[in-house]
Design a protein around this ligand. Structure first.
Ligand code: AMP
Length: 285
């Protein structure tokens, strides 16, 4: 695997490739990230990963400084998985001058849920993803392929919408969430959990699963179902930000006739903020 840190070196390394598959990450790789690499390896002629902890998407009180950075181990894992090229820029490489031009996603999609609790987050995400796409795909002879996890479902929708509205020659592939043995969605932030918190952490996916089961069994009071699980998490010591059932297509509140739904949740356990979601189709219940 070749490792480059500058945009010039990245483009040089891609000179002889016709179609790239690309997996953007913030590093501290786990099996969820590696499942994206596995999928990416199946298309295109060069599998590119990036590792960049993007300061633009962190709020002032968030964990930019303490976000786990494990470059050597990440390189080993990418190499083992057959990744061809790693783009690991420094902040100065990717933002040689302050990034004052930014991409603001549709507030109807980006200012709700995660965007409500992390103001500016999706502007930071959309801006860095657009920039990374320019770096990786700008000179491609054929359309590219980008891989995103369903674990960050709102992010996936925003990237899909961005690609569509800017007519980027990129196919966005959605990869299902990888989970640990007890259902906890894999996340770099799981490493912040104490042993005791790690045992408790499974309660978030359990709450989502209970809501999904109740909706599929015909439960129509979505707000009531979610309120019950929010209360349960609070009693167990969590600080939930939201648990809610939305339409898969646009994350708005579903009407009776909507069938493709997603239950999304975010909650803080101690100093760790966890997010998760589960898809459901109540037409197929
Ligand atoms: P991150 O490094 O957290 O920015 O994530 C990089 C990519 O990996 C994003 O597209 C995430 O949605 C995806 N990802 C993170 N965790 C998981 C998981 N447990 N399963 C599948 N994809 C994931």
């Amino acid at each position: 695997m070749k490792i480059v840190s500058t945009v010039v070196d990245l483009r040089d390394a891609l000179r002889n490739s016709k179609s790239q598959s690309f997996v953007p990450t913030m590093g501290n790789l786990h099996a969820g990230h590696l499942s994206l690499i596995e999928q990416a390896r199946m298309v295109g002629d060069c599998c590119v990963a990036s590792i960049f902890v993007n300061p633009l998407q962190f709020g002032a009180n968030e964990d930019f400084g303490s976000y786990p950075r494990t470059m050597d181990r990440d390189c080993e894992l990418l190499e083992e998985k057959g990744c061809d090229l790693l783009f690991a820029p420094t902040i100065g490489d990717l933002y040689p001058e302050p990034q004052t031009f930014k991409l603001h996603p549709d507030p109807a999609l980006a200012d709700i849920l995660e965007g409500e609790f992390r103001p500016g987050f999706f502007t930071g995400v959309a801006t860095v993803v657009m920039k990374l796409f320019q770096c990786v795909f700008a000179h491609a002879a054929q359309p590219g392929h980008a891989f995103f996890g369903q674990k960050d479902f709102q992010q996936l929708l925003i990237v899909q919408r961005m690609v569509q509205q800017f007519a980027l020659p990129i196919t966005v592939h959605a990869v299902p969430t990888s989970r640990d043995f007890d259902g906890l969605a894999l996340s770099s932030r799981n490493g912040y959990l104490s042993q005791e918190e790690r045992r408790e952490a499974t309660a978030l996916s359990q709450a989502l699963e209970l809501i999904r089961g109740a909706v599929l069994a015909g439960g129509g009071d979505l707000e009531g179902l979610c309120a019950k699980q929010i209360e349960n998490l609070r009693t167990r010591g969590w600080q939930p930000d939201y648990l809610t059932v939305r339409r898969q297509a646009d994350l708005q509140r579903p009407a009776q006739s909507d069938t493709d739904l997603v239950v999304l949740g975010a909650a803080r356990l101690g100093r760790t903020r966890l997010i998760d979601n589960m898809l459901m189709n109540r037409g197929s219940a």
